[in-house]
Structures are given as C-alpha cells and as structure tokens.
Design a protein around this ligand. Sequence first.
Ligand SMILES: Nc1ncnc2c1ncn2[C@@H]1O[C@H](COP(=O)(O)OP(=O)(O)O)[C@@H](O)[C@H]1O
Ligand SMILES: [Mg+2]
Length: 308
Amino acid sequence: MQPDISVKHLSKVYGDGFQALKDINLDIRRGEIFALLGPNGAGKTTLISIICGIVNASSGQVTAAGYDIVKDYRKARETIGLVPQELNTDSFETVWNAVSFSRGLFGKAPKPAHIEKVLKDLSLWDKRNNRIMSLSGGMKRRLMIAKALSHEPQILFLDEPTAGVDVELRRDMWEMVRKLREHGVTIILTTHYIEEAEEMADRIGVINRGEIILVDDKASLMRKLGKKQLTLYLQEPLADIPANLADEPLSLEDEGRQLVYTFDIQKEHTGIAELLRKLASHGIDFKDLHSSESSLEEIFVNLVRARS
Ligand SMILES: Nc1ncnc2c1ncn2[C@@H]1O[C@H](COP(=O)(O)OP(=O)(O)O)[C@@H](O)[C@H]1O
Ligand SMILES: [Mg+2]
C-alpha cells in the first residue's frame, strides 16, 4: 500500500542560514500512530510545518495520500489535519461555529452530522454553544483537535499535544488519540516525552539536530537498543572501582553502595560469571542483586548523547 506520507531527501535551511533539516527520508503508513521523538530544537515542528505546507522546503519531495505537497497543494492539504504546537484559543466564537468555520476554510460543503460526530467523539458536544475562551485548558486542546478533524482528513498531525499538560489530561489525550486511530485516522505526533512515544506509538522515529537517527517498530527498537543492567548492592561502600576492573562496563552509584554492570541484551556472553569471580578475588561482597532492562528513556538519551 502506498504510504500516507512519503518524505524524500528533504532538507531545510532557514533564511538565516541555519540548517534545520538534513536529508530526511520517511514513510508513514496508513492507520499507524507514528511518534517523532526528539529534544527541543531537533526539527520536529519544522518537518511537520513543511509537510503541512506552512513552511517551504529547501529541497526534496513530500507526498500526502499520494499528492505532491507543492504541485498538488490543495489536494495534499485536504488530506491533512494539523493541531499546531501553539494553541490560539482567545476567541469569543462558540465551539460549534469555530469547528464549522475550520471546515469551510478547506472549501468543503457544510456537514453538520460530521461536526456533531467529531464534537461527540471529543466529549465537546455539551459545550457546543459555549464560547471558546470560557473552556478549560483540556477542552481547548480537544477543540483544537476537533478543528483539525473538521474537514475529514485521513492524516492527523499533533505537534507536542501534551507539552505543559498535567498528567491526568495527558492520559485523556492519549485515550482520545487511540480512539481516533481506531476510526482509521493515521496519526503522527511529535514529542520530547519518551513516555509518550513509549505509550502511544506503533513506530518511533528519533530526530536529533535535523537528522532522523533511526525509525523502527517500538518493540524492535526496545529489543535492539536495549541494554540490561545488573546492580549489586555492596556490603561495604567502594570509593573507586578497582584498577583491574576499570575496563569493565561498571559504574558506582548511590555513594559507592551500588555497583552497576551494563551489558547488551543480544550478546550471548554476558561476562557476569567472570565479573563475579573478579569481585570475589577483590573481596568485594554484595548482599543483594537486581537486574533490569533499560527503558526507552535511557535508549533515547544514549542515542542523542552519542551523536552530539
Ligand atoms: N523561522 C526560523 N528561522 C531560523 N531558525 C529557525 C526558525 N524556526 C526554527 N528554527 C530553528 O530550527 C531548529 C528546529 O526548530 P523546530 O523545528 O522548532 O524544533 P522542535 O520542534 O524539534 O523543537 C531550532 O534550532 C530552531 O531554533
Ligand atoms: Mg516544536
């Protein structure tokens, strides 16, 4: 099946000479939730803005639902709904009118039944006659999604949907995004919260300094890049790691009370037996031990650190 979004050799140099995107290649599949994960300033908003036709690319091609975003701008744009990072919600307009108006901007004929469905899906139906400025923060966010869905787009972009939002509202948003996907909408969200990508995404693309570092299924990403850690809780705290263990992937934590050994999940030979022998020969005793797999957070931090 043709991808819903196809990005080929996309680069962006801003007017001041700053290169915000470098040779981005990316396909988004129909019906998936794709998380574009990267630190602030990585280029997430720039990439989304180009795909949505708000910012011009310096080079490269993008298609949305098969339509070239430059040559076939209108058709491409019609297939896309965008919830921007900056919310503009200081309006006297009612919820119903704002969402209906958004649909009109795309030149689509009024379709009250669709607006009603969107408002009901987003639990805004009871508020349809309220002025936007009177809504709570959470309702305003839902309203932005309703506006983005007003013209029945196949693809929905959410730029940092939960930045600065409290935990409860974040969970609500995630629930809503999942519901939209069940209705067949392809969803691309940007985030700098690893937890969000881990929770929501089918696939994750990691972007850093304008480059896509990797794209993978969430599960396989965790498998491939995950490391295991063995933590030894020492009988006596250590001031330093003994010299002839200095080459081992060891670190001291909790003021020398914990010795942490990190190894690749994929490697057959973990080196643990040997480590334990060496520790015994140094008279280093431990009272307990604990093993854990790294979270996506650690994977991400390591990736981004390795590139900077
Ligand atoms: N209009 C602009 N002119 C010059 N530089 C910009 C402009 N917009 C964004 N940038 C720069 O491009 C980089 C990527 O920005 P952005 O796409 O907003 O990142 P993100 O959304 O991942 O935080 C940042 O270094 C930012 O300062
Ligand atoms: Mg951004």
